[in-house]
Design a protein around this ligand. Structure first.
Ligand SMILES: CC(C)(COP(=O)(O)OP(=O)(O)OC[C@H]1O[C@@H](n2cnc3c(N)ncnc32)[C@H](O)[C@@H]1OP(=O)(O)O)[C@@H](O)C(=O)NCCC(=O)NCCS
Length: 132
C-alpha cells in the first residue's frame, strides 16, 4: 500500500504508518485488478463519528471510477458500523480529490492553514464532512 501511494502522491504514508494504522484496527478496504492491488482506503471510527485517513488509486487506473467506488464502499461500511458523520482533510491543491469528495456528498467546512508539507513550504488542508 505504501508503494502504491508513493507512486500516486509526493508525500505518501510510509510503510510503518500503514502498519500502525492496521495494527490500531482501522477499517481498510482495497480494490484489486487481476489479483494486483489497485487502490486502498483507510478510515477510523470514534463513537458515532468516522474519519477517512487515506484514499489512493494506482496512477494507471485513476479516472475510471475506482476511487468513487472505493469511497462509496467504505462509507457504506462506516454507516453499517454506526457512524453518523464522517470527516476528512484534503490538500487545497488536490482538485481531483476535492471534486470526488464533493460528488460523493462531502461539504467543505473549514481550513487548517499550513497543515501539510509541500514541495515549497507548506500547504493548507481543506476540512470536509458529510452526514451518513
Ligand atoms: C483522488 C483519487 C483517489 C480519485 O480516484 P479515481 O479513481 O481517479 O477517481 P474516479 O475515477 O472514481 O472519479 C473520477 C471522476 O469520476 C466521477 N465518478 C466516478 N465514478 C462515478 C459514479 N459511479 N457516479 C458519479 N460520479 C462518478 C468522480 O466524481 C470524478 O469526477 P470528475 O471527473 O469530475 O473528476 C485518485 O486520483 C488518487 O489516488 N489520487 C492520489 C491520492 C490522493 O490524492 N488521495 C486523496 C487524498 S485526500
Amino acid at each position: 500500500m505504501a508503494a502504491l501511494e508513493a507512486r500516486a502522491v509526493p508525500h505518501a504514508w510510509r510503510a510503518g504508518q500503514y502498519r500502525d494504522s492496521l495494527q490500531a484496527g482501522h477499517l481498510c478496504l482495497v480494490v484489486t485488478q487481476n489479483g494486483v492491488l489497485a487502490g486502498q482506503a483507510l478510515a477510523m471510527m470514534a463513537l458515532d463519528e468516522a474519519e477517512i485517513l487515506n484514499l489512493a488509486i494506482t496512477p494507471e487506473l485513476q479516472g475510471q471510477g475506482l476511487g468513487f467506488a472505493l469511497l462509496a464502499a467504505i462509507l457504506t461500511q462506516l454507516r453499517a458500523l454506526g457512524a453518523h458523520r464522517v470527516f476528512l482533510e484534503v490538500r487545497e491543491s488536490n482538485q481531483p480529490a476535492r471534486r470526488l469528495y464533493q460528488r460523493t456528498g462531502f461539504v467543505e467546512t473549514g481550513l487548517r492553514k499550513h497543515y501539510y508539507p509541500a514541495a515549497q513550504g507548506r500547504e493548507h488542508a481543506i476540512l470536509m464532512e458529510m452526514s451518513l
